[in-house]
Design a protein around this ligand. Structure first.
Ligand code: PLP
Length: 401
């Protein structure tokens, strides 16, 4: 084996996945970014500065919490990696601070990003405000309408939000507009991607920034248990919180790694977002990966109760690790995720993001299926807090608030 620090290769491939499938005009920008990140990665000064931001602005290290009541209910020993306690309420800031600091080093004073539900836009606005950068966010006009609350928060932080009226007026069209902006303003602008997706070097770079989750977890679980966990479970949209917590454990074969996708209304209904479980190899947003597509290669529409999991692709590294058999991909439905959401509130007084609730419920499925034994130790990556989801949850539970 030996996965750690072996991938991606020089061309940005994880096995057959990854690479750089973009128009010629974008190549110089990606090469400049790759060179800058390679240099920063070798510079202890860069990491000292980032670690200081992680510590004092983001609130790292996050605790690894032994969830006693949930453990009692499920019959296994559950630890929660509390990324929900990161400033902003999710792991996303780990990455946006890293990229904003890199942009600074590259002499770029402007950050652009695209956002669907608004979570990545918010994390970019925060990092931009913290580092004194101009921030412009592209968002489909339909999403702007649906997420007025998040738009207002971004604007309060000084970001300019551009509603994109082209096409379906959602994430896909926002990405196109953001790319157009980047090509036009390369000198001054960094395009800040929110997950381990897109063309090389993004999947590698974002993983390097999120890998702090697993590094902390490994130290914390060894201190608490005197050894490694039996399993780690993480919800998977683009895959940044999962690869982030998995990475430091990839070469510890005794630790089972579960990437939990959104099964939406059920994998057999077509209304889901499970690219690892049900996708096929294709190219999406500049990289080769597992993609949800129809028989003509058209990207399928996706569905999940959790906005952060609602994406038709997945990071190339996870696609590779699933093919290798190192990571096990599975999926949890909207209905099951809601049960996970209620269960964690009830047992621990912790309100998880609906994304993270997929991972919480999956532990129960592992126990029910006999894949975890009584007393086994399992770590759940609690990727975010659920304040943003209270309205959706109430509606789905039939409560009017
Ligand atoms: C964005 C988000 C996700 C999904 O993104 P990944 O890149 O798959 O980690 C998961 N959980 C929360 C709370 C999010 O905000």
């Amino acid at each position: 084996m030996g996965y750690v620090d072996r991938y991606p290769d020089e061309d940005g491939y994880f096995g057959e996945y990854g690479g750089r499938f973009v128009p010629e005009t974008l190549m110089p920008a990606l090469e400049e970014l790759e060179d800058a990140f390679k240099e920063a990665r070798e510079d202890p000064g860069f990491w000292e500065e980032l670690e200081e931001l992680w510590r004092k602005y983001a609130g790292r290290p996050t605790p690894l919490y032994h969830a006693r009541n949930l453990s009692r209910r499920l019959g296994v020993k559950v630890y929660l990696k509390r990324e929900d306690l990161v400033h902003g309420g999710a792991h996303k800031l780990n990455n946006t601070l890293g990229q904003a600091l890199l942009a600074d080093r590259m002499g770029k004073d402007r950050l652009i990003a695209e956002t669907g539900a608004g979570q990545h836009g918010l994390a970019t606005a925060m990092a931009g405000a913290a580092l004194g950068k101009k921030v412009e966010i592209y968002m489909g006009a339909v999403d702007v309408e649906r997420q007025k609350h998040n738009v207002f928060r971004m604007e309060l932080m000084g970001a300019k939000v551009h509603p994109v009226k082209a096409g379906t007026q959602t994430l896909k069209d926002a990405i196109n507009e953001a790319l157009r902006d980047w090509i036009t303003n390369l000198e001054t602008t960094h395009y800040l991607l929110g997950s381990v997706v897109g063309p090389h070097p993004y999947p590698w770079m974002v993983r390097e920034f999120q890998r702090v989750i697993g590094r902390e977890t490994k130290e914390q679980i060894q201190r608490a248990e005197g050894g490694l966990p039996d399993a780690i479970v993480a919800c998977t949209g683009g895959g940044s919180n999962s690869i982030g917590i998995f990475y430091e454990f990839l070469d510890d074969e005794e630790v089972a790694l579960y990437a939990v996708e959104a099964a939406g209304k059920g994998l057999d209904t077509g209304e889901h977002a499970a690219s690892l479980c049900a996708g096929e190899t294709g190219v999406l947003h500049g990289c080769r990966t597992k993609v949800l597509q129809d028989e003509h290669g058209q990207i399928r529409t996706t569905h999940s109760i959790a906005p952060g999991l609602d994406y038709p692709g997945v990071g190339p590294e996870l696609a590779f690790l699933v093919d290798e058999g190192r990571v096990i991909a599975d999926a949890v439905t909207d209905e099951e995720a809601l049960k996970g959401f209620v269960m964690l509130n009830e047992t621990e007084g912790i309100l998880p993001a609906l994304e993270s609730a997929h991972a919480v419920y999956y532990v129960k499925k592992l126990v029910d299926r006999g894949e975890l034994d009584r007393g086994d130790v399992v770590v759940v990556n609690l990727s975010g807090r659920g304040d943003k989801d209270v309205r959706i949850a109430a509606r789905e539970l039939g409560v009017s608030i």
